[in-house]
Design a protein around this ligand. Structure first.
Ligand SMILES: Nc1nc2c(ncn2[C@@H]2O[C@H](COP(=O)(O)OP(=O)(O)O)[C@@H](O)[C@H]2O)c(=O)[nH]1
Ligand SMILES: [Mg+2]
Length: 380
């Protein structure tokens, strides 16, 4: 359902929309129109907003998804391969028609999405610009945040920059998902494994976690490197382990993993580093799955650098989705000021954040992921 509301100001029009749709109101479009009623002169202007509700947008999306699932390209191929029971020409025509309808639906959804995005730019343009252009929030993530902020504002809030920032801080805090328990397990070591593309900071993070007093620096730590391609990736960790007098096991085969874990059974924490020649290829992941079949880590943290583009982050995460990843470590937050990407990661990958790393200094440059602290980092 879509309705238009007219009022002398944006706020009054929004009030009418909220009275009708409640907090679910989504502004699709806003524009200035002339007031044609007799009581006013020609110069009077009204704000007209076109509004629907979150529920209706969701329904429209679900409708589109349902329709799309019924006719996937694979279905279309199967359909073509089937021996024709009816004249081929009529089947082809039907498929073409369905395809055309789907394309129309898709383009309607795209333009609806674009309208929603633009309507938020109209309501709080400065906030939207700050998030998207300065802070690196993805357009859809920024639009959703601005929408939530706008709905929380009351009365004259909309002209109060400090209040807007305060609500924005709250909304960012609310939108983050965190899981950063450091507790040990009783009776056996807790096993943490770090996975991720090469160069993200896995090995450095392991060294920080193993030595930082706030993390596992005061615990009995054991280290394991899974080196699936025999790339001698453990050299860095070997030097460190010798200096820090921490036992290190290097394993090349899944069969050796169980014994290595067993040799470290008196430890409180086992930190497992992973290295492969090209960690994004399927072989590396299939290998890792074999290691995990021997001994499953209690936590698997995917390490991703915040200075990567958000679509590459999502691609990297989906590459690792064949592993039971439990958390995201966001690394290298010192390398960009566009820290909205931390929020993008959380929203798009749908896994809780555990740690942030903020430099090359060992062991200092690592922190627990904390909602309010992340919101501060992003906004200041
Ligand atoms: N600026 C910055 N550099 C980092 C951070 N963490 C790791 N690095 C650097 O990134 C490079 C790759 O790190 P490494 O731990 O070997 O990555 P791995 O391949 O995932 O194990 C090294 O030069 C590290 O010093 C960080 O938080 N900030
Ligand atoms: Mg490494």
């Amino acid at each position: 359902m879509i309705r238009k509301f007219k009022a002398p100001s944006m706020q009054e029009a929004m009030k009418l929309a909220k009275d009708f749709f409640g907090d679910e109101a989504v502004v699709l479009q806003s524009r200035k129109v002339k007031d044609r009623s007799l009581a006013h002169t020609d110069d009077d202007e009204l704000v007209e907003i076109t509004v629907t509700s979150e529920k209706h947008v969701k329904q429209a999306r679900q409708q589109a998804n349902r329709t799309a699932r019924v006719y996937t390209p694979a279905d279309a191929r199967r359909q073509v391969k089937k021996p024709p029971t009816t004249p081929v020409a009529s089947d082809d025509r039907k498929m073409a028609e369905i395809k055309r309808e789907l394309l129309q639906l898709k383009s309607a959804m795209d333009s609806l999405r674009e309208d929603i995005r633009r309507s938020h730019m109209n309501v709080l343009p400065d906030t939207y610009r700050l998030l998207e252009q300065d802070k690196g929030f993805d357009p859809d993530v920024a639009a959703e945040l601005v929408q939530n902020v706008f709905l929380k504002l009351e009365g004259t809030d909309i002209r109060d920059d400090a209040r807007i920032k305060e609500v924005l801080h709250l909304e960012i805090t609310r939108g983050l998902s965190i899981n950063n328990r450091l507790e040990l397990l009783s009776g056996r070591p807790k096993m943490l494994c770090l996975v991720g593309p090469t160069g993200m900071g896995k090995t450095t993070s392991i060294i920080k976690l193993a030595t930082h007093p706030e993390f596992y620096g005061s615990k009995r730590v054991g280290l394991i490197t899974i080196d699936t391609y025999r790339v001698a990736a453990a050299a860095q960790l070997k030097t460190f382990a010798a200096l820090a007098k921490i036992p290190l096991e290097i394993v090349y085969e899944p069969a050796d993993f169980g014994a290595a874990v067993d040799r470290l059974r008196d430890r409180e924490v086992i930190l497992v580093d992973t290295a492969g020649r090209s960690p994004l290829n399927d072989d590396h992941l299939a290998d890792l799955r074999q290691f995990f079949a021997v001994a499953m880590p209690d936590e698997i943290h995917l390490v991703l650098s915040v200075s990567m583009r958000s679509d590459n982050l999502v691609a990297a995460a989906s590459n690792f989705s064949s592993l039971p990843v439990s958390n995201i470590i966001v690394s290298k937050i010192d390398e960009t000021v566009r820290l909205g990407n931390i929020f993008n990661v959380g929203r798009k990958i749908d896994l809780p954040l555990s740690f942030l790393t903020n430099g090359q200094k060992v062991p200092d440059d690592i922190q627990l992921a904390e909602k309010s602290k992340i919101a501060n980092l992003i906004l200041n």
